[in-house]
Design a protein around this ligand. Sequence first.
Ligand code: MRU
Length: 344
Amino acid sequence: MSHPKQLSVQALQWTGNSLKVLDQRQLPQKIHYHEYDDAVGIAEAIGSMQVRGAPAIGIAAAYGVVLSALQHYPGLDWQTRVNTDMQVLAASRPTAVNLFWALEQMRQQLATLCSNPVAALNTLAIQIHQDDIAANHAMGERGADVLGDAKAVLTHCNAGALATGGYGTALGVIRSAYQRGNLQKVYADETRPWLQGARLTVWELAQDGIPATLIADSAAAWLMKSGKIDWIIVGADRIAANGDVANKIGTYSLAVLAKYHGVKVMVAAPSSTFDFSMETGEHIEIEQRHAKELLADCYLGADSLIDAWNPVFDVTPANLISAIVTERGVVLNPGEHGVRSLAQ
Ligand code: MRU
């Protein structure tokens, strides 16, 4: 049975002079867009996780640069002011390389002398957004090819339309495989501590009419042991040259479990997620978020005996990954050769 192509939800809506950001902290209870007309607001929206997911963070930052240029051009020192805003955007979250990739694209455009710099920045930000959607559709098809006739998958975090320009990376593969009629069953990890799976992934799949089964993160080993899944499919925040992958905390433990149980692991990510300046994942900065995302309020006082360790990403070694899927191609067993073959 094949399923019709559906439009997916939009995390970001560009109006030409403002960015509407779907507040993902309020999902699934409430669909509410905040509207921003300056870069500092966008940086806060990223830092507070109104918008999250590596590609969506990069796209939001690109629009943030346009808003900065709209605000400051053609005043004196407008380029200096835009550069300062870019530093604020760069400091919003550390792990997803798409943020720095997008800012670098915008910085190069800013450095180009042209008659209408704001229009040029605007065009580039829209291009970054559109390219990401196109990349997601391409990797959706490639990933579905790799899955073949696999019937059931588990995904972690939210690597869907909410985390990208649209369609999604891991969820793009799932959408494409489901539309082909091959994929029968999607499991989603709730993804502690922020619950991207429980709040976002199952909601997003439901919007598209794709049934899903939510599991507690701690049920994943037992799910694998029971033989219920063929693949784990995740996105990525940064991929090093050797194929090591930084992604949402818990990805590493899933990959270790997958190895033990003979389940395959697919990482789907656009080429903007590759960081060839890093030979391995060893030096990827892992974001630590505030203890309040884990701890009950009663433990948050200065005299509390209880604190929390809250790294929100981990690094999965390439040798635990079966396939890395991008819009440019697929690398099987990246632990053997790394991913430099996907560099352009
Ligand atoms: O903390 P988040 O929600 O921004 O983390 C998101 C993830 O880890 C995603 O898996 C990753 O960014 C890929 S999104 C296509």
